[in-house]
Design a protein around this ligand. Structure first.
Ligand SMILES: NC(=O)c1ccc[n+]([C@@H]2O[C@H](COP(=O)([O-])OP(=O)(O)OC[C@H]3O[C@@H](n4cnc5c(N)ncnc54)[C@H](O)[C@@H]3O)[C@@H](O)[C@H]2O)c1
Length: 284
């Protein structure tokens, strides 16, 4: 089946980036959210991203207009009814995602694949809200979706080989480098590696072995990573990181390597580290 029309549910940070990628790869895109203000915000951020591309000489004015003309924002999920492929990027909440999948399942043709951009929730549990679990998979983009090259393509327990192949092909068409996550396992690949890395960095500081600055410096210069763990935690969100650690710790047999360190727990709970706190670790 040709993927001519892509439906994106959720116009937030990830949904808008994914909608842009789908439009750039030649599809018509319907991007749905619950209120006009979220649609406007999503469309504005795509516009801004493409305008920056023009300033950097990477995109022409015509290309920008062409991409924007392929994206239609809507608050009516029914408008996604004739889509050939669906990508969901709503809040990270099982009940909300299941609600979306149940609704979409009743709207689109039976052969249409439904993907979720969840960072942590089980694909199999989300797919349980549909009558087509073989056509449900994870398509995990990284933030910002337009820039980060990796897409984790995750097999739910019932995802068919054909579904996974189609999702991998679409990710490639969007200019991404997909990897297949062969089992529906908490944290998939990247977060499973990343969280113990964050946790060990915080423990080194807790134990007085080195300062925040020096741990970041050590990782940047000694491992040649572009960012140290504290810089990266501030970038990806300390409160989100904390919740992901708690989730992995609970789901993966309470293994110590996923247990959130006290320092992070305390600072997030005290409101010193989190989305609304400026400064991050270096001001904590
Ligand atoms: N931000 C990241 O770094 C990142 C990276 C990879 C994956 N993800 C995942 O992507 C998903 C979205 O994250 P985000 O950062 O874009 O969140 P966000 O808060 O920026 O956007 C979520 C959007 O979903 C909309 N929404 C909520 N319920 C809806 C519904 N029932 N129908 C339609 N729209 C609805 C909200 O109004 C909001 O605009 C989450 O599952 C998250 O775990 C996030």
């Amino acid at each position: 089946m040709d993927i001519l029309k892509v439906g994106v549910v959720g116009a937030g940070a990830m949904g808008s980036g994914i909608a842009q990628l789908a439009a750039e790869s030649g599809s018509e895109v319907f991007m749905q959210d619950v209120a006009e203000e979220f649609i406007k915000k999503g469309l504005d951020s795509i516009d801004k991203f493409l305008t920056k591309g023009i300033e950097r000489g990477k995109v022409t004015e015509e290309q920008k207009n062409e991409v924007l003309s392929r994206i239609k924002g809507t608050t009516r999920i029914e408008e996604l009814g004739d889509a050939d492929f669906i990508i969901e990027a709503v809040f990270e909440d099982l009940k909300v995602k299941q609600g979306v999948f149940e609704k979409i399942d009743g709207l689109v043709a039976p052969e249409v694949i439904l993907c979720t951009n969840t960072s942590s929730i089980s694909i199999t549990e989300i797919a349980a809200a549909t009558k087509r679990p073989d056509k449900v998979a994870g398509m995990h983009f990284f933030n910002p979706a337009q820039i980060m090259r990796l897409v984790e393509v995750i097999r739910g327990h019932y995802s068919s080989d054909e579904t996974i192949e189609t999702v991998i092909d679409l990710a490639k068409r969007m200019g991404k480098e997909p990897i297949e996550v062969k089992r529906d396992s908490p944290g998939f690949v990247v977060n499973r590696i990343l969280m113990p890395h964050f946790i060990e960095a915080i423990r080194i500081v807790e134990e007085g072995i080195a300062s925040i600055e020096d741990v970041d410096k050590a990782v940047r210069l000694g491992l040649n990573y572009p960012m140290g763990p504290f810089e990266l935690m501030d970038f990806t969100g300390n409160d989100i990181g904390y919740h992901v650690m708690e989730y992995l710790h609970n789901e993966l047999n309470k293994e110590l390597k996923f247990s959130p360190p006290n320092l992070l727990k305390t600072l997030v709970r005290a409101g010193r580290l989190g989305k609304k706190t400026a400064g991050g670790w270096y001001n904590s």
